[in-house]
Design a protein around this ligand. Structure first.
Ligand SMILES: Cc1cc2nc3c(=O)[nH]c(=O)nc-3n(C[C@H](O)[C@H](O)[C@H](O)COP(=O)(O)O)c2cc1C
Length: 339
């Protein structure tokens, strides 16, 4: 018999079968962030655990020819599944790819034992449905003391490095690269068409893609500039402005998540590290804005690697800060992804 701990932590709720555990875990895992909310995953209930698979039909072939962002997204789902298992008091064991017979298998997750979750594990679990990607600027308030150092440690636990761009020149250079990439993507008709496929119009019943409730109708300027992607592609869709302030807002704490190598297993690690730092930040009331525009342009990714990350491979640009704004996202139901 396995016990489900209630979010408040006081009342364990009974639950038991491997099927129930699998469903519970997948229900949590689908909340992971994914590139353009493509949710490029499916899950299998195996004899001894759960398989996490990349759904290659959902890869963005123009923006993501190698499937790097697809695999990072699946890695984020793997970490979320681990947190859900810990919440149940189970100890996850994760075997990462490769499996020559199943090239799209990302990880096989099994579990054992009964160790009640620690407080911080319950807090991470509570953030899974609450965390949202922010698109825009942040309040001028400093982050909670010590948070950035903790986020660095958390990323390191997953085999990735969170590099803080604390120097004005580093932040300026990274901002310029994000801006250049954003312009380049808007100039490329194939990329614009592909992005539009994953940005449904307001009122759409779709449960994937970036909905108009997830980004501001008027792009928010930050200092230095970190432009958001053009999800509305000129339609004026998006959330109404939250205030009348026309001054640029803070870009927040600017970081780059990197790995030492650039193989699919590194992308899975980057995805796990990404979700780990996002959930931890969220549990401290801190939101994150993600920028993968420059990582989709090979020459700009190479520039970041050579000039800003000491040769390590950039996997995501992440800005952290506080904001009162709340985006609303969508997810496909579990029955569509648990096969
Ligand atoms: C690999 C990857 C790349 C992403 N790139 C961007 C990006 O460039 N711009 C952005 O606004 N969000 C980006 N996101 C965030 C996704 O758009 C977001 O996770 C998805 O829309 C689901 O929304 P949610 O995170 O609010 O649940 C990225 C996420 C992942 C995992």
């Amino acid at each position: 018999m396995n016990m489900f701990w209630a979010p408040s932590g006081e009342l364990p709720v009974q639950a038991s079968t491997p099927e129930e555990i699998t469903r519970f875990v997948v229900e949590a895992a689908v909340h992971a962030p994914s590139v353009s909310n493509t949710q490029p995953w499916w899950f299998s209930k195996d004899s001894d655990g759960i398989g996490v698979h990349a759904d290659t039909e959902r890869r963005m072939p123009v923006a993501d020819p190698d499937g790097r962002e697809m695999v990072i997204s699946c890695g984020a789902a793997v970490f979320t599944a681990r947190v859900a298992l810990r919440y149940l008091g189970l100890v996850p064991r994760v075997r990462l790819l490769p499996d020559p017979d199943l090239p799209n298998l990302i990880a096989r997750i099994t579990w054992e034992g009964q160790t009640p979750p620690a407080d911080y594990e319950r807090r991470l679990f509570a953030e899974i449905p609450r965390r949202r990607t922010h698109r825009g600027g942040f309040d001028d308030e400093p982050l909670p003391a010590g948070l950035l150092a903790t986020l660095r440690e958390e990323a390191a636990r997953e085999g990735a490095t969170l590099r803080i761009m604390s120097d004005d020149h580093q932040r300026g250079a990274l901002s310029a690269v994000v801006e250049a990439a954003d312009h380049a993507l808007r100039l490329d008709p194939a990329r614009v068409r592909e992005q539009a496929k994953w940005a449904p119009p307001p009122g759409s019943q779709r449960r994937d893609g970036v909905p108009a409730t997830a980004y501001p109708a008027r792009p928010e300027r930050t200092e230095p500039a970190f432009p958001s992607r053009d999800f509305a592609h000129g339609h004026g869709w998006g959330l109404p402005p939250s205030g009348t302030d026309v001054r640029p807002r803070s870009a927040g704490a600017v970081t780059v998540l990197t790995t030492g190598a650039d193989q699919p297993a590194d992308w899975v690690r980057a995805g796990q590290a990404l979700q780990r730092v996002l959930l931890l930040a969220s549990s401290s009331g801190v939101s994150a804005a993600l920028h993968s525009q420059p990582l989709e342009v090979p020459s700009l990714r190479a520039f970041i690697r050579e000039s800003l990350t000491g040769g390590a491979y950039p996997q995501m640009v992440v800005r952290f800060g506080t904001t009162g704004q709340a985006a609303v996202s969508v997810r496909r139901p579990v029955d569509e992804v648990l096969l």
